[in-house]
Design a binder for this molecule. Structure first.
Ligand code: FES
Ligand code: FE
Length: 415
């Protein structure tokens, strides 16, 4: 089919057709075959900690509400009133006893059950309310505080889906030193380009030394800053990229991620606590800069979660959620907020560089003068493990290839 022919893998070269980033047809098919067939991140457990808490979000372009019921169960449903389809919840998050539709006032429990119709006596005595509950997302599951949902009732179990990414989530959780994460308020930005540009960029160790060079140089005067080290890492090509058969990928930079401003005694106490919990090697592993993509659109950094939200084939929004550590010293949490704001937030020094490239790439694709892009760095030179994990050096395109192999498998699957 034309879809399977969009990725061309040869021993010496891995190519993706530019058509995969272009046009409403491929985008519509991606919603059906990728976003509605696999697991998609919904929210963090800390955002719906109490009965009545809710978060509105999207799976693909479908609006979804995630809520905790009075009984303490997590539910997710389409954010559409079963009367005539109005958007029932217009707030991003909050706590409520019930969702009341703004159009004609139908009301629903946080479990999705229809409880009230104004002037109900005007309906026929046989009118059936029981099939007018909010339309549920058929599968919900969580791992490590990350809540996922799927519109595919037959989707594999979440842990099978996560596969090789599970160990990275586990390491990322150890950053809390035995405590837990709490999501702070979000930053949002958008760009006029395909959503996959951002997915491909998460673990791209090839670009920082180039597109971010001036950003790094700007902050270079801060001796020992992350930016300083990241540039060195990029130049020396230390660290690893990994791609997994499940489509996920990682970048491990081998340097602690920290903007500075932490009292040395506080930092030492934190490192000591990690060492006590996980040993010296374990602590070093936890303190390695780790950024990864859970296929297709969840980004996890040490200090931050990002959701890549497709809007149209040439329009994407990115929601960035700083993560605080419950009970940690204020220096540590302030530093995490600073990281999120100054680096990958709306006006982050790195985000601005990246989205400029994405928009430029999309603009170039409109011309249709070239047919293929190439993601071949490290191909044939990476280590291939028996379980299918592929390990490359810092600047290899191993995780991008894993992304596209999974994309292909889903897009080619029968509907
Ligand atoms: Fe919601 Fe009419 S559309 S009450
Ligand atoms: Fe970047």
């Amino acid at each position: 089919s034309t879809l399977t022919s969009m990725v061309d893998e040869q021993p010496h070269e891995f190519r993706v057709a530019t058509a995969a980033y272009r046009g409403p047809e491929v985008f519509a098919q991606e919603m059906e075959q990728v976003f509605y067939k696999t697991w998609i991140y919904l929210c963090h457990e800390s955002e719906i900690a109490n009965p009545g808490d809710f978060r509105s979000t999207q799976i693909g372009t479908r609006p979804v509400i995630v809520a905790k019921s009075r009984e303490g169960n997590v539910h997710a449903f389409l954010n559409a009133c079963t009367h005539r389809g109005a958007t029932i919840c217009r707030e991003e998050k909050g706590n409520t006893r019930a969702f009341v539709c703004p159009y004609h006032g139908w009301s629903f429990r946080t479990s999705g059950e229809l409880i009230g119709i104004p002037d109900e006596a005007r309906y026929h005595e046989n009118f059936d309310k029981s099939d007018k509950n909010l339309k549920p997302v058929p599968r919900i599951a969580s791992y490590g505080g990350l809540v996922f949902g799927s519109f595919n009732p037959d989707v594999e179990d979440l842990e099978i889906f996560l596969g090789g990414a599970k160990q990275h989530i586990d390491i990322w959780l150890r950053r809390t030193a035995g405590s837990s994460y709490k999501v702070a308020t979000s930053h949002k930005y958008g760009y006029e380009g395909n959503w996959k540009f951002q997915s491909e960029n998460v673990y791209d160790g090839y670009h920082p030394g180039f597109v971010h060079r001036s950003a790094f140089n700007t902050v270079r005067k801060f001796e020992g800053s992350f930016e300083n080290r990241a540039l060195d890492v990029a130049v020396r090509q230390q660290g690893y990229t990994r791609g997994y058969p499940e489509g996920h990928g990682t970048l491990e930079a081998g340097a602690p991620l920290e903007s500075g401003g932490i009292d040395p005694a506080v930092r030492q106490a934190y490192t000591d606590k990690l060492t006590a919990l996980y040993g010296a090697d374990g602590a070093a592993e936890v303190l390695t800069n780790r950024q990864f993509l859970i296929f297709p659109n969840l980004v996890i950094f040490d200090f931050n979660i990002r959701v890549i939200q497709p809007i149209a084939h040439d329009c994407t929004e990115v929601y960035s959620y700083p993560l605080l550590i419950e009970g940690a010293h204020d220096d540590i949490n302030s530093n995490r907020m600073l990281d999120a704001q100054t680096r990958v937030g709306t006006a982050g020094i790195l985000s601005a560089d990246d989205i400029d490239v994405f928009a430029g790439g999309q603009n170039a694709l409109k011309t249709e003068v070239f047919e293929w892009i190439t993601l071949s760095r490290g191909l044939g030179k990476e280590e291939v493990k028996p379980d299918g994990e592929r390990v490359g050096v810092y600047s290899d395109e191993a995780p991008q290839r894993a992304f596209w192999r999974k994309w292909c498998a889903l897009m080619a699957a029968a509907s």
